[in-house]
Design a protein around this ligand. Structure first.
Ligand code: NAD
Length: 260
């Protein structure tokens, strides 16, 4: 389905990004894997993708906090690999704190990774997509692009920003064969969510089980975590030709959370 296409998935060394990488590889896309982690493990992940799916998987270690590093990665992709066809802006972090104690450097870091990095990858990917008259930009936002939760001011601000960026770029490239959409998952069981359980328990003065039942799954009428495979399946669908009229959309996949 995506044979001959090149997909860049930021933050694809873990969680949702790794799931999207597998899904797109399974449909024939060549991949740029990006993200933090142990280099041996990342190389093994790329080798397994190549072996399992018969595609090319290249690791580029750009730091999503650093615009120069992103620019170098995108230049390399444009010059050496013919440009990105499917751009999935997925890298993200969370930081939980009451606003009056929110460390300024953590605020800046969340905004850089969760919002600014997508501006940089998009601005540097769009020219080659325009030349090819085809492109797919998928921003992994969050239910927090639509709804707020206390103590997540930077994350909610960044994700609401991503929704605005998605709509704006969709309008700018609408006649170029490029679609731009945001996927808004509810809680997905990944390292990002697991890491915030103890800190949320401490901030709210409740147990870790209460965080799962009364904070996370309370918000989701299905009472289930969204799966990585469900998010990856939606990203894959948005990358197809048949999804060509879906653009500027902010798409929820949250077990009914935002319907309330
Ligand atoms: P994760 O922690 O499993 O993965 C995050 C990825 O981002 C990792 O590959 C990590 O290495 C990468 N990353 C972090 N800092 C980076 C940096 N400076 N430079 C490059 N890469 C960096 O988390 P996840 O849950 O898979 O989250 C992926 C995306 O999905 C995020 O944007 C997150 O906000 C969003 N999301 C997650 C959930 C959820 O419940 N897990 C819900 C809604 C949205």
């Amino acid at each position: 389905m995506f044979k001959g296409k090149l997909a860049l998935i930021t933050g694809s060394t873990s969680g949702i990004g790794a799931g999207i990488a597998k899904e797109l590889a399974g449909k024939g896309a060549n991949l740029i894997i990006n993200g933090l982690g142990d280099l041996n493990e990342i190389n093994q992940f790329c080798a397994k993708l190549q072996k399992d799916y018969g595609i090319q998987a290249t690791y580029l270690a750009a730091d999503m906090t650093d615009s120069d590093s992103i620019e170098q990665m995108m230049k390399k992709i444009n010059h050496d690999l013919g440009g990105v066809d499917i751009l999935v802006n997925n890298a993200g972090i969370q930081f939980v704190s009451p606003v009056e104690d929110f460390p300024v450097e953590q605020w800046n870091r969340v905004i850089e990774i969760n919002l600014n990095s997508s501006f940089h990858t998009i601005r540097l990917a769009v020219p080659s997509m325009k030349q090819k008259k085809w492109g797919r930009i998928i921003n992994i936002a969050s239910a927090h692009a639509l709804i707020a939760s206390p103590f997540k001011s930077a994350y909610v601000a960044a994700k609401h920003g991503i929704a605005g960026l998605t709509k704006t770029i969709a309008l700018e490239v609408a006649t170029d064969g490029i679609t731009v959409n945001a996927i808004c998952p509810g809680y997905v069981w990944t390292p990002l969510v697991q890491a915030q359980i103890p800190v949320t328990a401490k901030t709210r003065g409740i147990t870790e089980q209460q965080v799962i039942d009364d904070v996370m799954l309370k918000a989701q009428p299905t009472k289930k975590f969204v799966t990585i495979e469900e998010v990856a399946g939606l990203a894959s669908y948005l990358s197809t030709d048949i999804a060509g009229s879906i653009t500027g959309s902010i798409i929820s996949i949250d077990g009914g959370w935002s319907a309330q």
